[in-house]
Design a protein around this ligand. Structure first.
Ligand code: ADP
Ligand code: ADP
Length: 213
């Protein structure tokens, strides 16, 4: 199955995408992860997007769609879950057309709904393990007790100023994507609050509702 997880920054897209990928054998395609890998490797793309990510600005659509096109070509006919893409209406329109041409449309979009005040708490306490890609939260999904916290990454865009800006960008540019995609893709909105397991159970129920589980 081909899925898209949608929602504001910090909604739990990465967390649930990893669980879906593990449970259903899907390839996890996160545009944020692709950009951060390019930044780490200092590729021309990485150099170009470093400041945009740090400030919580979106990467231009042509660049983003280009990297998604390349990654989808690598994925071939395997099933996938999109995380953090599409994030603008032009990206959504590009994706629908691109997948239609490949005769491989999205089977479902799951939209995770979480209020802004919870987002701020989630993002400011998010930590990631660069070695494993694991996503932790210091309160809600803490790392194992023997973890050296100094080895975990506190993302530069998870600082208060960038979080506020990303929320503004989400409401202005990304929230309208849901209506744009809904016209083409079976869509289920789910409550993204509660424990990680509770949200996962709702995602599974949503997939069952659209006949994909
Ligand atoms: P996104 O990819 O949408 O930005 P993440 O999956 O990275 O979101 O989650 C953001 C932060 O919130 C992480 O610290 C993660 O551990 C935490 N988190 C994810 N799901 C939940 C949940 N259901 N309840 C509380 N915290 C959560
Ligand atoms: P989160 O879901 O926590 O906001 P992501 O890892 O999905 O974080 O994205 C991090 C950053 O990468 C975004 O703030 C933006 O700068 C860039 N980015 C990721 N996906 C896209 C996209 N589809 N379009 C434009 N920029 C993107």
């Amino acid at each position: 199955m081909r899925l898209a997880l949608f929602g504001p920054p910090g909604a739990g897209k990465g967390t649930q995408a990893k669980r879906l990928a593990h449970a259903h054998g899907l390839t996890h395609l996160s545009t944020g992860d692709l950009f951060r890998a390019a930044i780490r490797q200092k590729t021309p793309l990485g150099v170009r997007v470093t400041e945009l990510l740090a400030a919580g600005e979106l990467v231009p659509d042509d660049v983003t769609c280009g990297i998604v096109a390349d990654t989808l070509a690598e994925i071939g006919t395997r099933d996938f879950v999109l995380d953090g893409f599409p994030r603008t209406v032009p990206q959504a329109e590009w994706l629908v057309k691109h997948l239609a041409e490949a005769e491989a449309p999205l089977d479902a979009m799951i939209s995770l709904e979480v209020p802004d005040d919870q987002i701020v708490h989630r993002l400011s306490r998010r930590r990631t393990d660069p070695a494993t890609g694991e996503i932790y939260h210091l309160d809600f999904n803490p790392p194992p007790a023997d973890t050296d916290l100094a080895t975990l990454v506190h993302r530069s865009d998870d600082q208060p100023e960038a979080i506020q800006h990303r929320l503004e960008v989400y409401h202005e540019e990304t929230a309208p994507v849901e209506a744009a995609l809904r016209a083409h893709v079976p869509t289920v909105e789910i409550d993204g609050t509660g424990t990680l397991d509770e949200v996962q159970a709702r995602v599974d129920a949503a997939l069952a509702a659209v006949g994909e589980a």
